[in-house]
Design a protein around this ligand. Structure first.
Ligand SMILES: Nc1ncnc2c1ncn2[C@@H]1O[C@H](COP(=O)(O)OP(=O)(O)OP(=O)(O)O)[C@@H](O)[C@H]1O
Length: 275
């Protein structure tokens, strides 16, 4: 297995000195700095999670990496090239449902491939549906599938396009715990095959540790920034449910929670003030 530290070449993603300022939601004349001066890299083949209190700016950073949001200051590079507009080397998986309700599962997985003009769109989409365990469900519409199945279709849709960088924003948070653990294991198994760079956003520390090579902790906002970084030296392949009871996992959890706890309390207090 390749050690991401030893991979040569530029990182898959490099955010340098990134700040994002918005018009404040509750005070339109004022500006709100969500994140300030953030340096964040994801090496080629590396799985990096960002955790932080609610509203600290995790999704903002992901949107910057996706090219959906231009930072107010700072720069973003993907494999050494400055990002201009959408990050075309990245694939996304978001928390929200993203399937087209008027297309079947197969039709949804085929959509991006067709858009690209891929002549083997159907064949590739069928193969990916089988890979995510939905080979027999290609003709179902999203409303005829369970939440977990819909998430699998979204995963197949994203992976079928073979992105070099995968961006995930709390993709499994709406799923029940058993489905969630199955999906996490499946994502890890698929990831292990190709070792694409992953930037994974979650507020769930257990999930972050279980999945990642590295966990970055963001401070509470405003002007959130990374305040801790932890290498997760747990052997792979991992079973996300099983490793949570191992002494090393518990040790890592305690060390990261030690940094995160105060920020979570700050974030929670801010949320109550804003309510
Ligand atoms: N377009 C915008 N306009 C104004 N404020 C914004 C905008 N986007 C984000 N914000 C603010 O920036 C801060 C960071 O938001 P963001 O969604 O990145 O946080 P998060 O850490 O992903 O939150 P959560 O954990 O709740 O998903 C929040 O206070 C949010 O209200």
């Amino acid at each position: 297995m390749t050690d991401p530290d030893r991979s040569s070449g530029p990182p898959a993603l490099a955010l340098r000195g990134v700040s994002c300022t918005f018009v404040a939601r509750h005070a339109p004349g004022q500006r709100y700095t969500a994140v300030r001066d953030v340096d964040l890299t994801v090496g080629a083949g590396e799985f990096v999670s960002v955790v932080g209190p609610t509203g600290c700016g995790k999704s903002t950073l992901l949107n910057v990496a996706a090219g959906l949001l231009a930072p107010s200051t700072g720069s973003v590079a993907c494999f050494g090239r400055p990002l201009q507009g959408l990050n075309t080397r990245a694939g996304y998986l978001f928390q929200a449902e993203s399937l087209m309700p008027w297309r079947t599962a197969l039709g949804n997985v085929m959509a991006g491939l067709e858009f690209r003009g891929e002549p083997r769109a159907r064949e590739i989409a069928e193969a990916w549906l089988r890979r995510v365990g939905l080979g027999l469900f290609g003709d179902r519409y999203p409303h005829q599938l369970s939440g977990g199945m819909r998430k699998r279709v979204s995963l197949a849709q994203m992976l079928a396009l073979d992105p070099d960088v995968i961006l995930m924003d709390e993709p499994f948070s709406a799923l029940d715990i058993q489905t969630r653990q199955l999906m996490e294991n499946e994502v890890l198994a698929l990831w292990a095959e190709k070792r694409k760079a992953v930037l994974f956003i979650t507020h769930d520390l257990d999930e972050a540790i279980a999945m990642s090579d590295r966990v970055v902790v963001l401070s509470a906002g405003p002007a959130a920034r990374p305040i801790g970084e932890f290498r997760i030296d747990i052997a792979r392949p991992r079973d996300v449910a099983e490793i949570k009871t191992t002494p090393h996992f518990i040790e890592l959890h305690a060390a990261i929670w030690d940094v995160l706890r105060e920020e979570v309390l700050k974030g929670y207090a801010q949320q109550l003030e804003g309510a």
